[in-house]
Design a binder for this molecule. Structure first.
Ligand code: NDP
Length: 503
């Protein structure tokens, strides 16, 4: 085999004669600085780790393809969605959110579900989660929220006080908290969960007509979750169980797949819809916007090298292609900045040149130049500015996105959409969950919330009560709280409740 004949070299290709004995002064003497092979080896080793992602640090990924199965050309001009039967290469990364890179897969946490489509019009990243909603609706709260899910600054321990203090002071979180503490909060594997855009995005067609859309990637393997008892055993036995499952399943040729379904809302409908179409703490009930089948996502190839393909993969919600745009969702608006900014920090300004991130089916013809790790030809002798009269790449007006209207006063506006944060979690508890789901939900909450101070328990349980009186009552009973006190707190405004439960 050719591999057997390969000679070990330094990073710069110089053959190495001995890789087991450092150059020393005499057989028992100290190592000499002139052993440049050792210096190179240790120096590189010292720098092997790149900054861990602040969120979504633990992940697993795989390659595959997306195939169009439904005609959506009346809604979007995106070329990769233009013909039934068309296939586009993808790379997908699944992850947990709050834990460090070495944390266990079977934690109660949302799961990231990020898809990179290598389209002929550039890379399109759909950076979703396994939950259709989120904890907060404004990006300004995100760093604080994440701090509360991480470790206490003094003890370096996960802290139920921090966790529930923030959530109970942020009532818009109640919908996502209800999903997270249902058994869906710990999917059995990455294959047994759905992916959602969560955000509303914009699609526009060749005529310039605009639609608001939500993506649902429904697992073809069926939803399967772990109970908290099963998760406890799994964490202890195999902290990497979901990573292992994904790799081994693909390795034996049992390729996981998801069906892409879209909810599509006509542009004008968002103005008078009963729920705020751009609020990520809300779903669009299926009865209002029935999902339509659009395609199939299949994962059929494992990475060859975890660091190169998974750790260095960089997804960015602002990687959009013609036919797909953003909505005014305030969480999405923040992510448009934050992801690219993070990747520049972790991987450098030329992270788009790393093979897994490269627009492999569409050439990069930009005027961006130089900086660290510019490892391609850097545009060669071509012009590095626009406009130029030297035949450099030129913008094409056919790709200008349709305009959209804005109104109102610019400022820090308190949220004012006339709907309430408790309707949808209440519906989920009452109408969607079974008795089994409700029992587990209440048990999951009680075993976590019991670690917080009593005044925080009361404040949070009042929010469950506001979603549904039975829901709040059962959590209160599980915690040994006075149900009438919880009901009284639930009847207050949030401001009064915060005052009544202050330290
Ligand atoms: P539907 O009855 O049409 O939809 C309910 C959906 O809830 C199901 O399709 C399923 O979504 C999801 N679901 C089922 N069991 C659970 C569970 N144990 N935990 C969390 N989600 C579950 O009703 P609506 O569309 O009116 O929604 C009612 C509530 O269902 C919403 O308030 C929301 O909390 C929840 N939900 C709604 C979704 C939506 O997009 N409309 C998506 C997910 C949840 P799926 O098919 O995606 O698995």
């Amino acid at each position: 085999m050719a591999d057997e004949k390969k000679v070990l070299t330094t990073a710069f290709g110089v053959p190495v004669g001995d890789d087991q004995n450092s150059i020393t002064a005499g057989s028992r003497g100290p190592t000499l600085l002139q052993d440049v092979h050792v210096l190179e080896k240790l120096g590189h080793f010292d720098r092997e780790r790149i900054p861990e992602r602040v969120v979504h640090a633990k992940g697993a990924g795989a390659h595959g393809y997306f195939e169009v199965t439904g005609d959506v050309t009346m809604y979007t001009r995106a070329k990769f969605l233009s013909v039934v039967g068309k296939k586009t290469e993808v790379f997908v990364r699944f992850s947990t959110v709050g834990g460090e890179k070495g944390s266990a897969d079977a934690e109660r946490d949302p799961r990231g579900f990020a898809v990179k489509f290598y389209t002929e019009e550039g890379n399109y990243d759909l950076v979703g989660n396994n939950t259709p909603v989120f904890f907060i609706r404004d990006t300004i709260k995100f760093p604080d929220f994440i701090h509360t899910q991480k470790r206490n600054p003094a003890t370096n321990l996960k802290d139920p006080d921090m966790f529930w203090d923030f959530l109970s002071l942020t009532p818009e979180s109640i919908h996502q908290v209800t999903v997270l503490f249902s058994d869906r909060g710990i999917p059995a594997t990455y294959r047994n969960m759905n992916g959602y855009s969560s955000h509303t995005y914009k699609w526009y067609n060749n005529k310039g007509e605009v639609f608001w859309v939500k993506y649902h990637l429904k697992t073809d393997q069926g939803i399967r979750n772990l109970t908290r008892e099963e998760a406890e055993v799994t964490r202890a036995k195999d902290p990497d169980h979901a990573t292992r499952d994904l790799y081994e399943t693909i390795e034996r040729g049992d390729y996981p797949s998801w069906t892409l379904e879209m909810q599509i809302m006509p542009y004008a409908r968002a103005k008078e819809y009963r729920f705020d179409a751009f609020d990520i703490t809300k779903v669009w009930p299926h009865s209002d916007f029935p999902p339509i089948k659009v395609g199939k996502l299949v994962l059929d190839r494992n990475p060859q090298n975890y660091f190169a393909e998974v750790e260095q993969s960089a997804f960015n919600p602002s990687n959009l292609v013609p036919g797909i745009g953003v909505s005014p969702d305030k969480m999405l608006q923040g992510r448009l900045f934050s992801y690219h900014d993070t990747h520049i920090h972790r991987l450098g300004p030329n992270y788009h040149l790393i093979p897994v991130n490269r627009p492999r089916n569409s050439p990069e013809n930009s005027y961006q130049r130089d900086s660290f790790m510019r490892v391609d030809g850097n545009g060669g002798p071509g012009p590095n500015y626009w406009p130029n009269s030297l035949g450099g790449p030129a913008p094409d007006p056919q790709y200008v996105e349709p305009m959209f209207e804005l109104e109102g006063m610019a400022g820090r506006q308190p949220y004012s959409y006339p709907n309430d944060d408790f309707i949808q979690p209440g519906n989920l508890y009452r109408n969607v969950m079974t008795d089994y789901d409700r029992n587990n939900l209440v048990g999951n909450i009680v075993t976590h919330l019991c670690g917080a101070q009593k005044r925080i328990q009361l404040r949070q349980t009042a929010l469950f009560y506001k979603a549904d009186a039975e829901y709040g009552t059962r959590v209160a009973q599980g915690l040994g709280l006075d149900v009438s006190e919880v009901a009284r707190l639930a009847g207050m405004t949030q401001e009064e409740r915060v005052k009544a439960t202050a330290k």
